[in-house]
Structures are given as C-alpha cells and as structure tokens.
Design a protein around this ligand. Structure first.
Ligand code: PEP
Length: 226
C-alpha cells in the first residue's frame, strides 16, 4: 500500500525534520511505500525509506517566476517526486488544465514520479455518477496516462478537509471507472482518518491513501498504517 502525507501550509523546517526522523523509525520494517510532501521551505533530501516530494514547482529549470521554485531548487535536495493537479491548486491558485498538463509534461520529461490528483466538486457529485466520471475524464486532458512513473489520487473536493469522506461504495465505483480510464496505482484522498482507514484500504481498486489533516501529527499518521 502507498501512504502519502500532504502537509500543505503546515509544519516548519524544524518540525518537518523531527517528523521525518520519527517516521523513518516507525516504517523501517514496513513493506509499504511512504511519501511526505512538506511545504517548500522544509524540503530536504530523502535519507531512508520515506520519499520526500514537493507539493508544487514551476515547469522550468530556473528563471523569472517570482515566488516559484523550479528544477534547479529541487535538484539541490535530489527531489524527484511531485504532486500535480491538487484541487487547492486548481481552485485557489487558479491552475488551468492546460497549465497542469504543461507542468505534467515538464516533470515527466525530467523523470519525476508524479502523484496526479483528480476530483469533482459537490455539485458534480450531486448530478450523479456518470457526470462525475465525465468530469474526472476531462482532468486527464493533455496527461500521458501511460507514464510509467505515475500514481493517481482520486480526491473528491467535497471530502477534502471536511471530515466527510466518500463512502466505500462511492470510492469503489469511482475507482473502478478511473482504473478503466487510466490503469495506474490509485490512491483515495479526502478526510481519511484512523476511523475509516480500514474500510478505505479494503475497498477494491484502492492502492493507498493521500492524507492531509490526519497526517500532520506523526503519531496520528502512524495509526493509519500500524
Ligand atoms: C488533501 O488535501 O490531499 C487531503 C486529502 O486532505 P484531508 O485528508 O485533510 O481531507
């Protein structure tokens, strides 16, 4: 199984270092895969089993992109993993599908492992499963779904940070449809916590989870894979 933690705009460089040290200790005998996405200021090189990735980067080696980081800054820490398409970047930061596809291509061409996020807003979910699948299919526009270093994360927007996870029936049917579009490892994300993790991981076509809030304390994250 794959366990990925998205810290978003939480944790400092110091607290991230402490977190990773503790996590390394907890996962050393595990056969699962672990990814941590700290904020940019806390990026550091991976030194053990836990793979450290970036929540974002601009599709450039370097240049005049105020406030962004590029390949050169990631290379300093040997970072080769990136989250692309997270709903907070699509909606709050206004990233278009066209820009996301450009970013995807750039990091694919540089051999990155990409965790590519897709997910529908509540009004689409409320219009029925076939509308959800149509919506998700559009989020693959311009994306090389056969890229060998790709993991997909299905994260319904209405489930992110709300405490309301998708039901296992919704996850099962949506994951089945997503796997038919793109046959890659597929994570579920959206209010995963210690109460629902067993059910989520036992759902068909779930290869792991992408976790926000419940990953912020290492002890709490540990309960998900313990
Ligand atoms: C996320 O933002 O990727 C996420 C899954 O957040 P949360 O677990 O807090 O819903």
């Amino acid at each position: 199984m794959i366990f990925a933690a998205n810290f978003k705009t939480n944790h400092t460089r110091t607290s991230t270092k402490e977190y990773i040290l503790k996590l390394e200790n907890l996962v050393k005998n595990s056969s699962d895969e672990f990814y941590i996405f700290p904020p940019t200021s806390a990026l550091q090189s991976s030194f053990g089993k836990v793979i450290i990735g970036t929540q974002n980067a601009y599709p450039t080696k370097n240049g005049a992109f105020t406030g962004e980081i590029g390949l050169e800054q990631l290379e300093e820490f040997s970072i080769k993993t990136i989250l692309i398409g997270h709903s907070e970047r699509r909606t709050i930061l206004g990233e278009s599908q066209e820009f996301i596809a450009q970013k995807f291509d750039f990091f694919k061409n540089n051999g990155f492992k990409i965790i590519y996020c897709i997910g529908e807003p509540l009004e689409v979910r409320e219009s029925g499963e076939s509308k959800v699948i149509e919506f998700l299919a559009e989020q693959f526009n311009g994306i090389d779904i056969n890229y060998e270093n790709l993991i997909i994360a299905y994260e319904p927007i209405w489930a992110i940070g709300t405490g309301v996870s998708a039901t296992n029936i919704q996850i099962a049917s949506t994951h089945k449809a997503v796997k038919q579009i793109c046959n890659q490892p597929l994570l579920y994300g959206g209010s995963v916590n210690s109460s629902n993790i067993k059910e989520v991981l036992s759902t068909a076509n779930v290869d792991g989870v992408l976790v926000g809030s419940a990953s912020l304390e290492v002890e709490n994250f540990h309960t998900l894979f313990n």
